[in-house]
Design a protein around this ligand. Structure first.
Ligand code: FAD
Ligand code: NAI
Length: 467
């Protein structure tokens, strides 16, 4: 029987990063993965392919909307969707092979098959060839990720009624796309297909888009998406989709119930969230406890209810984000090596990779109000920033929330081009317990979009210069 210090089940960003860090710290490590390629949801059917299509479709739209303004005439762009999909797949391929390379470099053994926990210290691997073997290990990390949440009455066939996975694979642009759920997936992938020519309608159960995001940011972002042609039906739910005809017919009702209307579509994207994936892991038999939402329960050291079995990433509580899973992976490896592994859940940035991008870190205004924390707001619009003005991409703003007494930064929110790159300045300041004044007094290069962050920090003390 093969014997290890650590066996990691699942090779998404949580699992593969955990395995590498543990190997760096001198452990003998194996990973178990049931898919033919490493990298999990993120690299295969999530972050990476969606960003490839967002990048490509943004360039496609730029040709018509932006380049002529700059005096660059290249005519009407011609869409070659098959080549765009190849661009996406090549990017995925490079990334998943990269993980395989890192496993070899760090002398990590990999087992292809489905892992099942037999109890502390034992993992059974059922190979994709049907053969079973058992691995002995001092510790186990479960990093099995999440799966698409299903909607009653709307059967996903990944052809016409699709999840995010099908939406990354369509072989033609649907004339009309109905998106169920105005969350991150609905807005990112809805944007991709709108840019490529689909008429996109988004049906959202709540009376706002992006629950959890700062309300002010969500409202502005909705207006920008509407300007781009996305139609929103808020406070509404899809109760069923009739697939019998050439066009799909979705029944859409007010969330509270009432008269249904029928919306026709060529594709329906179900994007109402994701659920932890624990199928076939044998958790009940092994005594590993779940919480009420089916997530694996962990303590502050990411240990489950069974000693020596840990869990990280989408399968436990917290935001379902790749970098959160990665940080937890590093934390567990360091804890197992006797170090002070740690994830700071107060400073986890989140980014929506649309145009403009939306990025945030820390608290929203709603959260601060609810917690009764007095705060000051510094807000600076991109219309007043030299660089965005000259680039003619002035939609959006930077908003910094700082403690009213101490000036400590509690949250940062940005809508604007490359907001996802800019947010980290605020994240680093927060990680160091920084005040808005610290950013305000830091010299920022001119002309950059990041000057808007400095101005927002100055605006906290009502001393922005360019406003
Ligand atoms: P996963 O990446 O889900 O990996 C789990 C792995 O475990 C899989 O490879 C699976 O095959 C394997 N597995 C499961 N059960 C077993 C078993 N019993 N035996 C063996 N192997 C098993 N996050 C971001 O931060 N940024 C983004 O831009 C972003 N974009 C996204 C776009 C889309 C369309 C989607 C769907 C998600 C996106 N996410 C994004 C979320 C991100 O993908 C997840 O948060 C992240 O992948 C979670 O990592 P994980 O390691 O917990 O699990
Ligand atoms: P989500 O949780 O972001 O959004 C789901 C939306 O669907 C919510 O607005 C919710 O109110 C709505 N909804 C739920 N049930 C509904 C119903 N019956 N009818 C209409 N609306 C309904 O989930 P999403 O977009 O599926 O994404 C899943 C996860 O993937 C997210 O948690 C996110 O963290 C991650 N992700 C991250 C990305 C990024 O970081 N850029 C990109 C894509 C996904």
């Amino acid at each position: 029987m093969a014997s290890y210090d650590l066996v990691v089940i699942g090779t998404g960003p949580g699992g593969y990063v955990c395995a590498i860090r543990a190997a760096q710290l001198g452990m003998k490590v194996a990973v178990v993965e049931k898919w033919p390629t490493f990298g999990g949801t993120c690299l295969n059917v999530g972050c990476i392919p969606s960003k490839a299509l967002l990048q490509a479709s943004e360039r496609y739209e730029e040709v018509t909307h932006m380049l002529p303004k700059m005096g660059i005439g290249v005519g009407k762009p011609k869409l070659d969707l098959a080549t765009m999909m190849k661009f996406k797949s090549d990017g995925v391929d490079g990334n998943v092979k990269g993980v395989g390379f890192l496993f070899k470099k760090n002398k990590i053994d990999s087992y292809e098959g489905t892992g099942r926990v037999l109890g502390a210290g034992k993992v059974e691997v059922k190979g994709n060839d049907g053969k079973t073997q058992t691995l002995e290990t001092k510790n186990i990390v479960i990093a099995t990720g999440s799966d698409v949440a299903k909607l009653k009455g709307v059967e996903i066939d990944e052809k016409r009624i699709i999840s995010s996975t099908g939406a990354l694979e369509l072989d033609k642009v649907p004339e009309k796309m109905l998106v169920i759920g105005a969350g991150v997936i609905g807005l990112e992938l809805g944007s991709v297909w709108r840019r490529l020519g689909a008429q996109v309608t988004v049906v959202e159960f709540l009376d706002r888009i992006l629950p959890g995001m700062d309300g002010d940011v969500a409202k502005s972002f909705q207006r920008l998406l509407e300007k781009q042609g996305v139609v929103f039906k808020l406070g509404a739910k899809v109760t069923g989709v009739d697939t019998s005809g050439k066009k799909l017919k979705a029944s859409v009702e007010p969330a509270a119930g009432g008269t249904a209307e029928v919306i026709e579509a060529d594709a329906v994207l179900v994007a109402i969230g994701r659920v932890p994936y624990t199928e076939g892991l044998g958790l009940k038999e092994a005594g590993v406890a779940l919480d009420q939402r089916g997530r694996i329960q962990t303590d502050e050291h990411l240990q489950t209810s069974v000693k020596g079995i840990y869990a990280i990433g989408d399968v436990i509580a917290g935001p379902m984000l790749a970098h959160k899973a990665e940080d937890e992976g590093v934390a567990v490896a360091e804890i197992l090596a006797g170090q002070a592994g740690h994830t700071n859940y107060d400073v986890i940035p989140s980014v929506i990779y649309t145009f403009p991008e939306v990025a945030s870190v820390g608290k929203t205004e709603e959260e601060l109000k609810q917690a009764g924390i007095a705060y000051n707001v510094g807000k600076f619009p991109f219309t007043a920033n030299g660089r965005t003005k000259v680039n003619q991409t002035t939609d959006g703003f930077v908003k910094i929330l700082a403690d009213a007494k101490t000036d400590r930064i509690l949250g940062g929110h940005i809508i604007g081009p490359e907001a996802g790159e800019m947010i980290h300045e605020i994240a680093v300041a927060m990680e160091f317990g920084g005040a808005a004044e610290d950013i305000a007094r830091t010299c920022h290069a001119h002309p950059t979009r990041s000057e808007a962050i400095k101005e927002a920090a100055m605006a906290v003390a009502k001393r922005a210069i360019h406003m």
